[in-house]
Design a protein around this ligand. Sequence first.
Ligand code: PRP
Ligand code: ZN
Ligand code: MG
Length: 210
Amino acid sequence: MLRLAIQKSGRLSEDSLNLIRECGISFLSASYKLKTEATNFPLEILYLRDDDIPGYVQDGVADLGIVGQNVLVEAGFPALEVEGLGFSKCRLSLAVPRAATYDSIEDLQGVNIATSYPRILGDYLTERGVKANLHTISGSVEIAPSIGLAEAICDIVSSGSTLLGNGLREVETVFRSEAVLIANQNLSAEKKELLEQLQFRMQAVRRARR
Ligand code: PRP
Ligand code: ZN
Ligand code: MG
């Protein structure tokens, strides 16, 4: 039996469930049940916080996961990626208050930046020779400038409405992301075989959607 971890509630949740269903896999789901078993494929689905998924797959607590590449890379396990799934596309961007002057990345030298992605942002800034003060917060990052916590932020942008609603302007794209399928690297032969079957179905679903 394969154990697949997906996001409990968030941007990837619905599309992840739809993909599994379109693969012809049936299961019952109720929002309060955090674990469910498929009825016609040897698959168990775990509903977890997305940030926890890479670690669980790395450790083998879950065999597979569906997670944003942003979360995967930030967790430090990029090698777990098996394939891109083409949905939940977004970008990790730097943003400043609408009225702030910003000409280039140099303007972030010594600036306080709030983010949930200190690893990806840290690497990006280091590569460009910029030394900023990163303040790691786990959510509602876009509020930081308006409460005096930071002069800039770096967070996920999808439609852009969160930035807009908080008076922020996108100035740099740091990373582009989409949902990816990830797998533990020491799967048994049986599990590998099941993973191949699942990937085959996922690819067929994507072809049919085009
Ligand atoms: C991101 C980000 C914003 C929102 C932006 O959160 O933190 O809250 O999406 O989307 P928009 O541009 O469409 O307004 P995410 O869904 O990644 O959830 P999480 O960080 O809470 O896991
Ligand atoms: Zn999250
Ligand atoms: Mg968020």
